[in-house]
Design a protein. Sequence first.
Length: 520
Amino acid sequence: MRLTITRVLGDGPFAEIGEPTAVAASGGLVAVGGDLGSLYWDGDGSADTLWAQYRLGVYGGGRCRMLEVASWRVNALAFHPSLPLLAVGTGSYDGGNYFDGELLVFDVETGEGISLIEDEREVRRVRWTDERTLEVLVAPPNDDDFTDSHGRGFAEVIVRDDWRAPEPHRLGEHVDEHSVPAGDAGAALDRLREVAGESWTPRGQVWAVAATRDGGVIAGRQGVLLERWTAGGEPAWSVPDEGGAKQLLVDPGGETSLVNVTRPWRPGPEGWHWGPDHVFRISLDDGRVLARLDEGWPVVLSGARDGAVLLRHTNYREEHPAVLRNPEGGKAGSVALHGCDTVNQPFAIRGADRPLVLVGEPDAPHRDKWVAAVGENAALDRLFPLEWDAELGRHLFGGPGVLAGDTLVHAGSVYNGRGLLPGNAFVVARNARTGEARWVHTADVPVTAIDSDGVRVHVAYNDGGLHVLDLADGGILHYEELTVHDRPVVLLSLALDGPDRLLAGTVDGRILDLAIGREA
């Protein structure tokens, strides 16, 4: 079989890098450091493990000439005064003690790069003073031995005749101290607009996508409640929001959609807190907000084919009964599901007859989890354990899935104290009544999205891979790493529209419309 991108919605210049963090321009080239964002939100963090969110792009002549994954945030960029070289300073605070990062020099013609300092140290500024000399400002090594470590830096001067030679530089004794002003989140965006000569805005991650009855597309993404595209690929409307939608559930009639909106982390009188989360019902005709269905606390949605939806509290330590709402939006009952967290309980299952959830022990919800259904009047029906092989006794994390006929296909991963080990991510197909495993497909990185047409299962991963598996036996029908303008993309959401069309939302804000064909 083959997958063909027929069109790209939301495309534009610099789309590959997400939110810009640093910009430099020279001789018709523009270098941009970018942040594609975390794949975590308070209802689901199952795809965030091993995710590489930072990018470095070099653009020229209207195209992306180089795109690299950066291990840390790109803080500073500087083109060499005469050679096709780019100095790159990366790094960030690790949240506990250290300021990690690196100093890189890339050849922008070949894409080859070298690391220039021995230590993993955050580099906050880079500047060429002449062809042989590069000045950098590095962070303190830690925040234990240095007061005001986030506002201090130490100057290093590196002099070389050959900047392509892989000779690591040993950092000095931290004697030439400088103050580092607080970062300006909008400075890189303003600079990019300045060098691009146009008003440019990153679109943000497409967390959910679906087809409309007339062949159009709707999407929930960072920065909007919902947006709609016509069948011809033109933008119809968009409802802006400071946070953005993480889930969307289209009603059976195709006239409205529920969207689950999360708001950004913000300061308040009692410290930092999340903004208010809401669940809205949106008209797909014109984007009007028709109703608000939330309960006053952050939720994750579990939907059913008939339009019923379960609203479950996302806080592990606070217990609020999950609320079942009928297809008309009215409350049909509530049920205690105990705690919920972002790796143990994610279980967004498409096409279910009843809302499906993961539930564990009352005093330890992460342990001994079961797949359960919530039926009429919010009655809880435990179906089978999440672990399909009792002899292994593993601790499994949840993930996305789909119900295809009598087969439940869902993703997840195996907990290990050393992190996600190779082969410990999985997609499993199970008898939807008994939980018996029909086949298991393993992977090295987490799944971001799953959908099925009842014959094939489409599976996206956070490294950019896309598998098409045979629903009957799990055989691999197709594997591809999709590219747009010859640059790789990572798919965050999937939605099939019949057997021949696949919609895919990307982490960089674009929507791919793909035709599914079979090889002759």
